[in-house]
Every structure is written in structure tokens, then in C-alpha cells.
Ligand binder design. Structure first.
Ligand code: NAP
Length: 542
């Protein structure tokens, strides 16, 4: 690709910037804008051929956000939020991608973004106080600060199935979907994975394919999205108080306008619970989990929600054997990400859809003509891997930054990620993570958490500059205390009981650590505000 002049530099002639930003999704785009406003010279790299991050890659049929559009958008510009108009309650991938392209143009961000350039390594030069960043294209850039904005769900993974390369049909991963789409008409399609991506894609694949076989290892709790065109009156009313609404959302438990009850499920009668669950089910979306205040804390309370959701599956799915297989058991609702779908369960009433239990009979091999499990073989023309990501740490460790004394982040995090506030990690000066492990990140509305982190980083850089400081770094003791706090808060919830990607359970050999901070978006924000207002305790600055 031809690069705009002045952007590229070869190893013998490194380019100098104040900040290198990795990733041009929601986080990277805002970081370019915010840090450039401070007068800093920034360079943003992204491996993709366009901006958009996760919304660039995840083009699978049905890809849609499970946070409502008017909340899943930037709040930093009142003009932007007034002029942009979403079409649906939950935005679909193409619309989010259009929005992010609009943002890139509107704020003239592209001149500082170099696409089709994967960052492959970064090392801190202690003598010069500079990060040296290397790319797969041979670029070398030097910068005082490195901001890793690679996203929590960007390192897609396909399990290491024997025979993977032997399949003669087409294979796809939901997070690396062809630009031009895929036509499954007349095809026998196998889908492996029933998380958020599989649950969204399966109804649309099934509507097109000759036959769809769904390979399910763990049944997930799924809620109907009840997506619909955005009500214009609702939009007008919200826009009239948009900034006030944003400020409210910033201090909520998860960064959305979800209604959170202050009542225990166990204080309510069975009839009251049923009424409340039914009303949230009818409302659609992830608001179900806010029905009572102890659903993520108390197993007995959670059991009532789980049983309600299983009863819904039995109502929708006609074949009792299939309904039973689709009914999640053995982990609390919400401890694995609850999926939000359109017609997922009803899809299993189709005569051309087969559900295969690969928990009791695991996939043993991908063969040239299909998939062989422990008890049967399935002939297929195409396989869709909806098998998820090496979440939260995967993309950061693919860069494997090297800090003081050449320390590899991969070694430092060998027993699990360690950070202070999910923003910085001891031994890696002037390196910031946006929505890193130990911050609310994936347990929150990502856009709210991204803006908060980028603003924190920007304010911190202003502080350093004002005080003539060159280097900032997590204090090791503060990091230990923060990790203890993250673990303690998680241990008081049911989150730790699920074998989820939140704990790295989906990647063989990955250390089992509950990675996000579940103390709440508002609580976390206040902690960060207090730290910023008190000259950044926990940061070693020189
Ligand atoms: P995921 O939730 O990790 O789901 C991966 C699926 O693949 C699971 O059903 C998993 O089963 C299965 N799987 C993995 N390895 C397997 C194996 N060896 N054999 C059989 N099955 C296997 O990934 P995802 O669906 O891509 O979603 C990841 C996250 O991205 C979501 O939780 C969400 O945060 C985000 N996302 C959001 C949206 C949205 O906003 N609506 C849409 C898509 C994704 P097990 O459960 O047994 O491991």
C-alpha cells in the first residue's frame, strides 16, 4: 500500500513521535484525537486495511452490538453526538463501522494512522527514555509513550483440532470474515461455538444454508435482543439531555442505562420474581441481569434466574431433547457472558438444523470432508469457527513489549496479567494499556471505559509535562495491592464460577485469573479520579 509521505521510516532512520498508539478501533481513534489535541505528535498503527478495530474484522452475518446504540458511542464531542443518528436500538456491525469511519474523517484522524501495519515488537530504551516500536512492514518508530489500544477481543483463535488443515471445503472465523460476505446457499454448514458470535450468526446462516449443524460444547444463557428501529421520539428526547445522560452513565455499575434493582431476588415471592423476569425478557437485551441486586452474588438468587431462562427455552424449542441440550447448567447466569440474540432458540425448530453435543462426544478430528466427533461423522461443505479469542491479554502479548532490563511482558505475566488499575504495569515505563486486565473493560460498556482510560492517560501526560517529569511507571507495591483488590472483589461474586474467557478458561494452558475488575464502572472511575487528584499515588514518576 502506498503510504502518505513522511509516515514511513526504515530501521536505519527511525521516525520520532511523542506517542505511538497501537490499534485504530474505538480506543485508538479517540487516543489519536485526544492526545493530538494536547499538541503531541502521534502515530497510530493498525494491521487492518481500515479503521474500526473489532468492528472492522467481525463482519459475520448478524454481527451486532449488545449495548444500545445511543450508549455505545463517543461522548467526547457534543456536536458529534447531536449530528449522528443511529437507525436501530442495537447497532449492526456495518453501521458501527460507518460511524467510526465518520469519526475518523470528521476529526481528520487518518493523517496520523498507518494502516496495514502490524506492530510486532516494542522495547524500552532506558538510556534514551524512548520506546522503540517495530512493525511487520519494517518500520521502526521511537516515542516517549506507548499506548496499547489493541482491544480485549482481537486475537481470534481456532482450537488446535487434529486435521484442521485437511478440510477441503471453505473455513471461516467469525472474527476474520470476508469483506464481500459468504453465500451459503445450497451448502451444508457446520458451526463450532455458541458464544455471542455463534448465537448471532447461526440463525442467519441457517436461513440460507441447505443444512446447518451446530456443534455445541457449552449451552449459553441467551436473551432476546428485541432489536427494532430506533424510536425517533426517544432519540430526540435523549439528545435533548445527552450530556447529562452520559454523565449519569459514567457512574453506573456497568456504563449503561440498564435499570438495576436494589432488591434481592430472595426477598421477592416466586410470583414477583416471575413477573419481573418476564417483564425484562419482554423488554429484551442484557437488562435482565439487573432484575435483582444479588443475581451475580448469590447462587440461590441466581438459580431463580437460571430456571426462568431454562423455562423459556422449553417454551420456544419444540423437541424436548433439543431444548434440554440447549439449557445451560452447571454455571451461574452471567458468569459467562450472557448472549443477546435474535431468533436463536427458534432456529432449532427448523428441520434443516441439527444440534450436536460436543461436550459428551468431543470433536476428535477435522477430516477432508467434515467433522468427526467421538461418536459420529458429519459431512460438510463449509465450517464456521465461532470459537472466540485469546481475550484481554492475547493481542498485548502478541506484541510482547520489553521493559526495563529487557524484561518480556510475556514473562512478567506468565502466571497471569498484573497491572495497576489495568492501565500500567510495573517494569514497563511510559507504557499504557487502554482497558487492560484489572479494569472494568469487558464487564462494561467498552466505549465508556475507553473514553475514561484515554482521558486518564491524557490528563496524566499533562501532569507529567507540567511537573517536568519524563517517566511514569506503576509502583510494584501499588500493583500488588490493586491485584489483591481485583481478586478480592471478583471472589465475592459468582463471576469466578464460570469457565469463561474472563478467566482464560477457553485457551489451553492460559493461567486461570479473573481478568476484569468487577467493582463497577462508577466505583472504578471515582478511584481513578481520586488518584489523579492526589498527584497519582501508585505511579512512580521521575
Ligand atoms: P466465546 O464467547 O469465547 O465463544 C466461543 C465458543 O466456541 C464457545 O461456545 C466455546 O465453547 C466454543 N469452543 C471453543 N473451543 C471449542 C472446542 N475445542 N470445541 C468445541 N467448542 C469450542 O467467543 P465469541 O462468541 O466470539 O464471543 C466472545 C466475546 O466477544 C463475547 O463474549 C462478547 O463479549 C464479544 N462479542 C459481543 C458481541 C455483541 O456485542 N453482541 C458479539 C460477538 C462477540 P465453551 O463455552 O465450552 O468454551
Amino acid at each position: 500500500m502506498a503510504r502518505p509521505s513522511g509516515i514511513s521510516a526504515r530501521p536505519e532512520q527511525p521516525a520520532e513521535f511523542d506517542v505511538v498508539i497501537v490499534g485504530a478501533g474505538f480506543a485508538g481513534l479517540y487516543a489519536v484525537h485526544r492526545l493530538r489535541e494536547l499538541g503531541l505528535a502521534v502515530r497510530c498503527y493498525d494491521a487492518a486495511s481500515g479503521v474500526g478495530g473489532t468492528w472492522f474484522w467481525n463482519r459475520y452475518p448478524g454481527a451486532r452490538c449488545d449495548v444500545e446504540s445511543m450508549d455505545y458511542s463517543y461522548s467526547f464531542s457534543p456536536e458529534l453526538e447531536q449530528e449522528w443518528s443511529w437507525t436501530e436500538r442495537y447497532p449492526a456491525q456495518p453501521e458501527i463501522l460507518r460511524y467510526l469511519n465518520h469519526v475518523a474523517d470528521r476529526f481528520d484522524l487518518r493523517r496520523d494512522i498507518q494502516l496495514e501495519t502490524r506492530v510486532t515488537g516494542a522495547s524500552y530504551d532506558e538510556t534514551a527514555g524512548r520506546w522503540e516500536v517495530r512493525t511487520g512492514q519494517g518500520d521502526v518508530a521511537r516515542a516517549r509513550f506507548l499506548v496499547i489500544a489493541t482491544g480485549c477481543l482481537s486475537a481470534a483463535r481456532i482450537p488446535d483440532f487434529p486435521g484442521l488443515g485437511s478440510f477441503q471445503g471453505a473455513t471461516y472465523h467469525t472474527a476474520d470474515w470476508p469483506d464481500e460476505g459468504v453465500d451459503f446457499t445450497g451448502k451444508r454448514v457446520g458451526v463450532i461455538g455458541t458464544g455471542s458470535s455463534g448465537t448471532q450468526a447461526i440463525p442467519l446462516i441457517a436461513a440460507q444454508a441447505a443444512h446447518t449443524t451446530v456443534f455445541q460444547r457449552t449451552a449459553n444463557f441467551s436473551l432476546p435482543a428485541r432489536n427494532r428501529p430506533l424510536d425517533r421520539e426517544y432519540e430526540r428526547a435523549l439528545k435533548a439531555r445527552y450530556q447529562e445522560h452520559r454523565e449519569f452513565v459514567r457512574y453506573t455499575p456497568n456504563g449503561t442505562a440498564r435499570r438495576n434493582s436494589d432488591r434481592s431476588a430472595l426477598e421477592a415471592s416466586a410470583e414477583e420474581r416471575r413477573t419481573e423476569y418476564e417483564s425484562r425478557w419482554q423488554e429484551g437485551g442484557g437488562g435482565f441481569i439487573g432484575a435483582f441486586n444479588d443475581l451475580l452474588k448469590n447462587q440461590d438468587a441466581n438459580d431463580t434466574a437460571a430456571e426462568f431462562l431454562r423455562s423459556k427455552i422449553r417454551e420456544i424449542v419444540r423437541d424436548p431433547r433439543v431444548a434440554d441440550l440447549l439449557s445451560p447448567r452447571g454455571f451461574p447466569v452471567g458468569s459467562k457472558r450472557v448472549t443477546v440474540d435474535t431468533d436463536y432458540y427458534a432456529t432449532f425448530n427448523r428441520p434443516d438444523v441439527t444440534l450436536v453435543d460436543v461436550h459428551s462426544a468431543p470433536i476428535e478430528e477435522i477430516t477432508p470432508t467434515g467433522i468427526r466427533t467421538a461418536d459420529a461423522s458429519y459431512e460438510l461443505d463449509a465450517i464456521v469457527f465461532a470459537t472466540g479469542f485469546d481475550a484481554i491479554t492475547g493481542a498485548v502479548l502478541a506484541i510482547d513489549p520489553r521493559g526495563r532490563g529487557g524484561l518480556h511482558l510475556r514473562d512478567k505475566w506468565s502466571a497471569g496479567p498484573r497491572t495497576y488499575l489495568g492501565l500500567v504495569t510495573a517494569g514497563f515505563p511510559n507504557l499504557f494499556l487502554v482497558t487492560g486486565p484489572g479494569s472494568p473493560s469487558v464487564i462494561s460498556n467498552m466505549v465508556v471505559s475507553i473514553e475514561q482510560h484515554v482521558d486518564f492517560i491524557a490528563d496524566h501526560l499533562v501532569y507529567l509535562n507540567k511537573n517536568g517529569l519524563e517517566v511514569t511507571e506503576a509502583d510494584a507495591a501499588a500493583e500488588d495491592a490493586w491485584m489483591d483488590h481485583v481478586n478480592e472483589v471478583a471472589a465475592g461474586t459468582l463471576f469466578v464460577k464460570g469457565n469463561s474467557w474472563y478467566v482464560g478458561a477457553n485457551v489451553p494452558g492460559k493461567p486461570r485469573i479473573f481478568m476484569p475488575y468487577v467493582g463497577g464502572v462508577g466505583v472504578y472511575r471515582r478511584k481513578c479520579e481520586d488518584i489523579a487528584a492526589s498527584d497519582y499515588p501508585g505511579f512512580r514518576t521521575t
